[in-house]
Structures are given as structure tokens and as C-alpha cells.
Design a protein around this ligand. Sequence first.
Ligand code: P1T
Length: 382
Amino acid sequence: MKFATRAIHAGQAADVATGATIVPIYQTSTFTQSAPGEHKGFEYSRSGNPTRQALETCLASLESAAHGLAFASGLAAENAVLSLLRPGDHVVAGEDLYGGTGRLLRQVFAPLGIRTTFVDTSDGAALSAALEPSTRLVWVETPSNPLLLVTDIAFAAKVTHDNRALLVVDNTFATPYLQRPLELGADIVVHSTTKYAGGHSDVVGGAVLVDDPGLASQLTFYQNAAGGVPGPFDSWLVLRGLKTLALRMRAHCENAASVAAFLASRSEVESVYYPGLPSHPGHELAGQQMSGFGGMVSLRLAGGRDAALHFLQALTYFSLAESLGGVESLASYPAEMTHASLPAEDRERRGISGGLVRLSVGVEDIDDLLADLEQALEASRG
Ligand code: P1T
């Protein structure tokens, strides 16, 4: 079965009990047993629920993974992966990554004795140099949030494995339609399914995908023992979103490419960050390890913070909002929104400041999006 077919059919056979064509929302916390311990595969919805199981099967199929686990949010999924670590373990993580992931590493796991070194993982030499004998996990976001840096997954897997550590790739921005890290050597894929997987900005969720049965059983134990699971309705919303992932990603890529080219032609814009532009330092690599360049575009306005704020206020179809990956276009100011939890000097050093704006390019008509951007750029001049 090809990708778009699996998105619609994997884990989604007609319901055995009723023939329902669409996986039902099994809105139940518990399952009646015929005798103690005798049941039909489900006992209690924290441990397992048929709607969640359908989602987990579908996500695993799309990521070419043997095992899929769904969580209540992307951060709950990340927390499950980090629970594999013990005090004294070391993590190497990309320095450009979602602010909440950095906060989890710095403010939740560091006090537990799990240290993280943040480096630019798109720089192979910097990545290799950051590995230590106690490094157990390498954590990569590619393309990264918000600067769209591209890390070589196959290279990262090699140096990580040479160091007897595990490579985690946050595949939220790319989605399995454009990039499948497990096929390139990664050990663990994480997702915020809140984003492109769900696709409609109406649900918060997360997922972890692995091949290794040992990792799968540790993570399954943690999922049940710690309990950060999604409810049946949220699972169903993500599953419904996945059915159109291929269609949506093609439209996101096409619109984002037009937006990036348009922004690059404007004098108000100092730089455009989009892996699909030949000028992007990761363009060639992205062309090899991804089958499209995605729907996220960041830009730096020459007029700095004031220009950025005027631009954001003037936009009509791009809502000023956190999050990304929905059918509707969103715009954010990372320094004061998604990445506000980073230490200020880190933000400044990495350029998450001044005129930096992040766009999640939706699937509206491109003419309307470009007209909206044009009038907002004019307004950004103040
Ligand atoms: O919000 P949540 O579902 O918990 O997912 C966290 C997360 C994980 N990984 C990446 C790459 C993400 O972008 C996110 C969440 N990001 C935003 C809310 C944002 O606007 O960037």
C-alpha cells in the first residue's frame, strides 16, 4: 500500500461489532469483562482504547515504524522519550528547537540530573564534538523551529550510534509525508500531532514511533504508568486529519514555495528562511532527505521589531497565533511567543529577536495569501 492509501486504511478496517466504515469514537473509560481477566483486548482506556489504537497503527504505518504510541500532547510524547534517561545521562540537542522542548530539558530534566548540551546539529562537526561518553540521546529537529535549519539525519544517526546513543528526530515540521527519519537511521521519531498530523488546529496531541521492540515495551510501560494519553475524541480527530495529510502537504509545500519566493523579492525583507530556496544553506540536503520543503517559512524584516509588529497587526488571513500546521495560515513572533521560554541571551545569539517572524503557510488560495502579505509588508514600513 502506498502512503496516501495507508493514511486512509492502516488500522482502519470496518468496525467488527457494527460494520461502521469509519473508526468509531469509543468514548468509554472501561470495558466489561466476561470473567476477571477475560476481555476482548481492552480493559481500561489509559492502557488501551480502540480509537487510540487505530491512530497508533496508522501513525506507525506512515512513519515506517513497527510501533506507534499516542500521547496527550507533543510535550507528553517528548517526556515519555526523556523518561528513558537516568541521572548522570547526557543529551545533545539542537539549539534551534521548539521553546517548550528546550524548557523541558532545561527546567524539568536538568534538575533531575540529566544534562543537555545545545548545539547547531546542522553543523556535523559541532554535533560530533558535543558527544560525550555519557551521551545517551541526540535530539534533532529538522527542519528546525523557527529557523528551518536542516540536519543530516543519516550522518547524525551514524555519529550517534558510534557513540552508543539513540537518535531522536522531531518530525513535526516535515511530517512522514515529506521525511521518514527511521528509514534514514533514527531510532525514535516524535511528533506534535497538534500540527500537520491533525491539520485543522482543533486538537492537541503527540506521538512516539519506534522500530525496536525493547524501546517499544519501555515506552508502552511508561505511557500506561505515567498516563499522559489522548482521549478517544482527540485520537479520532488526529486520525481523521491523517486521511488528508498527503493532499494537504502538497498544497502547503506549493503555497510556501510561492510565499518564500515572493518575500525574497521584497525590499522590506532582510532574509527568508525556507529550505526550498536555493540560497538556503540546507537546500541540497533537504532535497535529498525530504520529498518536499514543507509549509513553514520564516522571515526577518529589515525594520526590526517595530516593523515585525506592524506587519503582524496588518495581516488578515494569517492569524497572529502560536502553533502551526493547520489548513489556515498563522503568523507568530517567536521571540515573544513560541520561544519566549528560552533564556534571553540564547534568543539574541541565535537571532530569535528583532524582525524575525514565523509563518505557517496554509492552504488558502495563494493569490489571497500573497495580496495579504504584500499589504502587510507595506504597513510594516510604519
Ligand atoms: O504543543 P505540543 O503538542 O505539546 O507540541 C510541542 C512541540 C513539539 N515539537 C515541535 C517541533 C513543536 O513545534 C511543538 C509545539 N510548537 C508550537 C506550539 C509552536 O507554535 O511552535
